[in-house]
Write a protein that binds this ligand. Structure first.
Ligand SMILES: Cc1cc2nc3c(=O)[nH]c(=O)nc-3n(C[C@H](O)[C@H](O)[C@H](O)COP(=O)(O)OP(=O)(O)OC[C@H]3O[C@@H](n4cnc5c(N)ncnc54)[C@H](O)[C@@H]3O)c2cc1C
Length: 602
């Protein structure tokens, strides 16, 4: 039997200092038949159950959304990641991401779905006692009960731990009595189960509780009037002497913030992946409209300015998708390894996701911003019809906007991910200092005139990625040296560093996926993917250079700044490419096929 080489597993964040080979990354083309069937069933659900009643969903017709959740439950879609012993399908982490990805095309329903299966169900799955799990999970997995997650308050949004909702132990010690107010609670209008975060007495940190809707003491405001996802329920929720039995506290006292953060890590990567099919849908519809719409006697899809938009939509989506499933599988592999080492399934899941919290935040940011890009360009392709409620782009545009706000705003996620990277370095979990110092020496040393071996597939692109990593290490290393612990307050620098890190990760993932596809489909058969990869890389390099120049100019001046800017130029040097030709060839595939340029699942 042929020996199977063991996959080289990187720790979360280690992509910055380590090289990854194509065989060590998972690509969505490798999903199993079973996973593809799940994806197809989810798409069928959207096509048959959701799309025909969009108007009824958007007008919040009584019972429609919860009825759809019931149907999703019947199909097993609410229990994808819930173990079989609790009535779920017990599928892998990456399969859960895949279903979230497909659901992205379901508009308001995808928010209801995400809130229920993610932040609503996961606190119990990961932190529940055996009794809590067996009582609640089967109901949540089947859709008999719907869940919501009550963290945000009027004065506690991004600063979630500052909430004022209070819990007090009753005199007989049997209940926690909860009083307070929550805001922006998805699914609140029809939820049967509430995950509530509150502080016990004068605790500094939150605790978490499971409450049932039928208990006295829960009231709600009317539905919020929102910019988008208008069919999803979002309400303020009030607790007035709500009595929660002590056995319904989740985990331990003051562990609530940790629960909230860890559950949000999963929520973030799923939200990022949960933008992909939305992008594909918008790109497909834009292509169809561009083919049909005639101006100046020809289809508008024949214009370079339109082709540019279509190609950019497809390329950015391909990139988000590459990064999402690479990270998803890395998390899944780590979960399996931790379980093999003896951790319980829930602890393994928690630790696995926590280890990749940096990647989770990057994917949330990237996915949501690519979706926003796609819907914006989608409206533009539709022209005046993009502004009309009669065409699909107006709703897509409004619905997409929330993804940059919830599950931690993209600003908060940017700051978090850079902070986590530095923390890992300080704890010695990843060695940033050594590579950063090496880059510093390279910068001041004599440049090497050795020419690298560029004969291997995509060797040039991979050499460029190595250099881009040096650009990030240079900027991050210098920033840390300049500001020390005060770097936390240098938000503009953090934003730039976050963008640099994200672009490196996404561009590298895109190259590695393309390399695998070149091996499977041959050089000619993978031309589309190569073109998208090259276009994305060009864009990533441009962004990294701009963000890097801005970052170093925030703290260096004179000769030092000049040296750093020269370094940035050197590490982001790329052979010129003809982006017009690349974009035309990508768009031509879309125009010919009248949709997003490749299909994975159907
Ligand atoms: C439709 C919808 C559904 C939602 N669903 C839920 C739900 O189910 N459960 C739940 O608990 N919550 C939910 N939320 C709340 C959501 O998570 C918060 O809105 C989000 O975390 C931002 O909090 P905020 O609205 O208070 O904004 P703020 O925290 O006030 O932020 C306002 C702006 O300031 C920025 N900002 C804040 N702090 C900082 C800082 N330290 N440094 C730099 N910039 C900063 C933010 O990035 C943002 O741009 C939902 C919100 C909406 C709109």
């Amino acid at each position: 039997m042929e020996a199977v080489a063991e996959k080289k597993a990187l720790k979360g964040g280690e992509f910055l200092i380590e090289e990854t080979s194509a065989e060590d990354v998972f690509i969505p083309e490798e999903f199993s038949e079973e996973q593809k069937m799940m994806a197809a069933a989810t798409q069928d659900f959207i096509d048959m159950e959701i799309n025909p009643i969009t108007e009824r969903i958007e007008s919040m017709e009584e019972g429609v959304m919860s009825g759809l959740m019931d149907k999703a439950g019947e199909l097993g879609l609410l229990g994808v990641n819930v173990p079989e012993e609790y009535g779920g399908l017990g599928m892998s982490f990456n399969t859960g991401m895949l279903i979230a990805d497909i659901m992205a095309a379901a508009g308001s329903f995808s928010t209801a779905y995400g809130a229920h299966t993610g932040i609503g169900t996961l606190p119990i799955l990961y932190y529940g006692t055996e009794e809590q799990k067996s009582k609640y999970l089967p109901r949540l997995a089947s859709g008999e009960w719907k869940a919501c997650y009550c963290l945000t308050e009027p004065d506690a949004g991004s600063d979630a731990n500052s909430g004022k909702t209070k819990a007090k132990l009753s005199d007989d010690g049997k209940h926690y009595v909860i009083n307070g107010q929550k805001m922006w609670i998805s699914n609140a209008g029809f939820a049967d189960l509430l995950i509530i975060f509150a502080k016990i007495d004068d605790d500094k940190k939150l605790s978490a509780f499971i409450a049932e809707r039928t208990w006295d003491g829960i009231t709600m405001n009317d539905e919020e009037k929102k910019l988008g996802i208008k069919g999803s329920s979002t309400r303020q929720v009030f607790f007035n002497d709500l009595k929660v039995p002590v056995e319904n506290m989740l985990s331990e006292r003051e562990n609530g913030f940790k629960i909230a953060v860890n559950v949000l890590n999963v929520g973030r990567i799923k939200l990022g992946a949960g933008c992909i099919n939305g992008c594909k849908d918008v790109a497909s519809k834009s292509t169809q409209y561009a083919n049909e719409r005639k101006q100046f006697g020809v289809s508008i899809s024949s214009f370079g300015a339109i082709k540019q938009k279509l190609a950019n939509m497809a390329t950015k989506t391909y990139a988000t998708e590459s990064a999402s499933y690479r990270a998803g599988q890395d998390i899944e592999d780590l979960i399996a390894k931790l379980q093999d080492e003896g951790l319980s399934p829930s602890d393994a899941k928690l630790k696995g996701v926590e280890q990749f919290a940096i990647e989770c935040a990057m994917i949330k940011i990237h996915g949501s911003e690519v979706l926003d890009f796609c819907v914006d360009e989608g409206v533009q392709v539709y022209g005046g019809m993009g502004f009309s409620e009669e065409a699909p782009m107006a709703r897509a545009y409004r619905d997409a906007r929330i993804t940059r706000i919830y599950e931690g705003t993209n600003e908060i996620n940017r700051m978090l991910l850079v902070g986590m990277m530095f923390k890992k370095a300080m704890k010695g979990e990843i060695d940033l200092l050594g590579p950063a110092m090496a880059v510093g020496q390279e910068l001041t040393g004599v440049p090497s005139f050795e020419s690298p071996d560029l004969s291997a597939p995509l060797a040039k692109e991979k050499t460029l990625i190595k250099n881009l990593k040096k650009a990030v290490l240079m900027a991050a290393g210098k920033a840390a040296e300049k500001f020390g612990p005060k770097l936390d307050h240098e938000q503009e620098v953090l934003m730039n560093l976050a963008d640099m890190l994200t672009e490196v990760y996404v561009a590298e993932s895109t190259i590695l996926r393309t390399e695998k596809l070149m091996a499977s489909y041959g050089s000619e058969g993978s031309e589309l993917y190569q073109n998208m990869m090259r276009l994305y890389l060009y864009e990533a390099v441009t962004k990294i250079k701009n963000a890097g120049d801005e970052a170093v100019a925030c703290f260096a001046e004179g000769d030092e700044l000049r040296v750093l800017l020269m370094g940035m130029k050197r590490f982001t040097k790329m052979d010129p490419i003809n982006t017009k030709v690349l974009r035309h060839s990508i768009a031509d595939v879309m125009i010919e096929e009248n949709k997003f340029p490749y299909s994975l699942y159907k």
